[in-house]
Design a protein around this ligand. Structure first.
Ligand code: KIV
Length: 263
């Protein structure tokens, strides 16, 4: 993906979009080499890299630091950076200022905001300044306390109506794509059908226009992951094997060998 029009084209042509949430130079480099369509510098960085319980404490400066690292690792990939909690909720002016700061300092292509109707005006304001916005509805982790935990959303008719309404409003406000997180597959399919912009699902079944996973989850670095995570590699196991071998070889004097030694 070079720009937002490639997202629209992918939906039109029914080509599924791949997005990976990641935060480092090295993992971004791997994503670009693998041909991933879009990298999301997610505020999940606080939990995945920082060991936090929620994404709430993540700061704007931290998102910028990671955004810059990811841009260096993936100079040719479409990059979206999450706006962290309280960087866009206070006022539309403050939100625009912070979105602008992210764009200027990370050289990313877009920002992502969580929420529905309540942030429509904010999205309009940011989009009208020429900054592409990706929406995010369903399970919105920045509202974890209001939602009562990390739970599947849209289980009742009421909730479904609200999520559908929110998705429509986000599209009307000018978002170019929208993340659907942890909602039933049927609901995600319905939203995907009536929206013109692409939907990118995580825990939303396989009828969305694209899929997003967190790099560290899919690479198998964690024992406990949500149901929707598929581990494509047993990363933790491989790393432990490598570290154990390093320890063994260091202790026995096998490492470093001739080939790793300057004469
Ligand atoms: O923060 C993040 O990584 C995200 C994705 C899970 C969509 O928002």
């Amino acid at each position: 993906m070079k720009n937002i029009f490639d997202f629209f084209k992918a939906k039109e042509e029914k080509r599924k979009i791949t997005m990976i949430s990641t935060y480092e130079y090295w993992s971004a480099k791997i994503c670009e080499e693998a041909g991933i369509d879009c990298i999301l510098v997610g505020d999940s960085v606080g939990m995945v890299d920082g060991g936090l319980k929620t994404t709430l404490p993540v700061k704007l400066e931290e998102m910028i630091y990671h955004g810059r690292a990811v841009r260096r690792g993936a100079p040719n990939t479409f990059i979206t950076v999450d706006m962290p909690f309280m960087s866009y909720q206070v006022s539309t002016e403050k939100a625009l200022e912070n979105a602008g700061k992210i764009m200027k300092e990370t050289c990313c292509n877009a920002v992502k905001l969580e929420g529905g109707e309540e942030i429509a005006k904010t999205i309009e304001k940011i989009v009208s300044a020429g900054i592409p916005v990706m929406g995010h509805v369903g399970l919105t982790p920045q509202s974890v306390h209001a939602l009562g935990g990390y739970k599947v959303q849209g289980k009742t008719k009421e909730e479904q109506k609200r999520i559908i309404k929110d998705a429509k409003i986000i599209e009307q406000a000018g978002a170019f794509a929208i993340v659907l997180e942890a909602i039933p597959s049927d609901l995600a399919e319905e939203i995907t059908e009536f929206l013109d912009i692409p939907t990118i699902g995580i825990g939303a079944g396989n009828k969305t226009d694209g899929q997003v996973l967190v790099f560290h989850d899919m690479m198998g670095f964690f024992d406990k992951t949500p149901k929707f995570v598929k581990k494509y590699v047993e990363g933790k196991k491989l790393f432990i094997e490598a570290l154990t071998q390093f320890k063994k070889e260091t202790q026995s004097g096998v490492f470093p060998g001739e080939e790793h030694t300057y004469q």
